[in-house]
Unconditional design. Structure first.
Length: 320
């Protein structure tokens, strides 16, 4: 996987340059940050909630929360808002582990329709800057890498497709941007200017990686980030999802750390500068898993865990 990195420079050199800028110390979260449990307040957002073998997408606006669709079964996941907040893209399948499609709907639930190809296993959508292009991840295989590992999707690529949100059927052919590049993917995020995308993945034996690609050269790795957080595993960092924030000059991501005294790893939200790869700030102080991470307007970051949906409001933008 990693040996397909930037030509002219070895992957070791790229990692050395990128990782050296990511080892800044974690600073405590700003005192004026707020965490709102259960609902997202003062900003629209989307999230998926699972229960009893089903998962459905919810839209939050102000202090209210409502279902996006009226489906009675299935697994809706990975929801994301368009830049103007009028559309929602999400993955939609019969079960959590079964093949999924990418769907787009108006935020009121109307005009919901599949946009990905019927023969693809499609996940993790993201809107382009124009709101009329959807990027997503396709999985080419399903299996396991060892006799004791659970079966899961592998061999991921990133594609894009033009959409017409007022249609009710798929109408375009997807364009493949990468070529059998990723063994494992946690998330896909497109920068607000639509010029690059960020993938949370992993590389053996060095652990989690945040890999950035420019859309004008999607087969060539642009940059690699590997921020380190206190308490991470001795085998390397473990990242969950990662998202661009605001104007794309910052990145938020989740990472695992071992709590004091041992026990299961806790996931927290961190922010770093996309410009320097450093200036690392811990945004949440959370116990347990974080299942999903989303970015909304007004510098709000939503996440779901065992308690439901919560929001973290980011402190002021970092100086550069």
């Amino acid at each position: 996987m990693l040996n397909r990195a930037i030509p002219q420079i070895s992957i070791a050199a790229v990692l050395l340059l990128s990782l050296s800028s990511c080892r800044s110390e974690t600073v405590p979260a700003s005192k004026d940050q707020t965490v709102v449990q259960g609902q997202q307040v003062n900003a629209r957002g989307v999230y998926a909630k699972s229960s009893g073998g089903t998962s459905f997408v919810y839209v939050v606006d102000g202090s209210t929360s409502r279902r996006l669709t009226d489906a009675t079964s299935g697994w809706e996941a990975d929801p994301v808002l368009s830049p103007d907040g009028h559309l929602v893209a999400y993955s939609n399948g019969a079960t959590q582990s079964g093949r999924a499609d990418i769907w787009v709907a108006h935020v009121d639930g109307s005009h919901a329709h599949r946009v990905s190809s019927a023969d693809q296993d499609s996940l993790m959508p993201g809107f382009g800057a124009d709101g009329r292009t959807v990027f997503y991840v396709i999985s080419r295989s399903f299996g396991h890498s060892s006799p004791i590992a659970a079966s899961r999707r592998h061999d991921f690529d990133v594609v894009k497709i033009a959409i017409d949100p007022d249609q009710t059927i798929a109408g375009s052919t997807p364009v493949e941007l990468t070529q059998s590049y990723f063994y494992d993917v946690q998330s896909l995020s497109v920068s607000p200017d639509g010029e690059q995308f960020l993938v949370s993945t992993s590389g053996y034996p060095i652990g989690g990686l945040l890999q950035e690609f420019r859309l004008d050269h999607p087969l060539r790795q642009h940059r690699i980030f590997q921020p380190h957080v206190p308490g991470e595993s001795s085998t390397g960092p473990s990242f969950g999802q990662a998202r661009y924030v605001g104007d794309g000059m910052e990145i938020v991501f989740t990472a695992a750390a071992e709590p004091a005294g041992g026990g299961n790893y806790d996931y927290n939200i961190y922010r770093m500068s996309e410009v320097t790869g450093g200036d690392l700030t811990q945004i949440s102080h959370h116990k347990g898993m974080i299942d999903s991470l989303s970015v909304g307007p007004q510098r709000s970051v939503g996440f779901t865990d065992a308690n439901g949906y919560s929001q973290v409001n980011l402190p002021a933008e970092q100086s550069r």
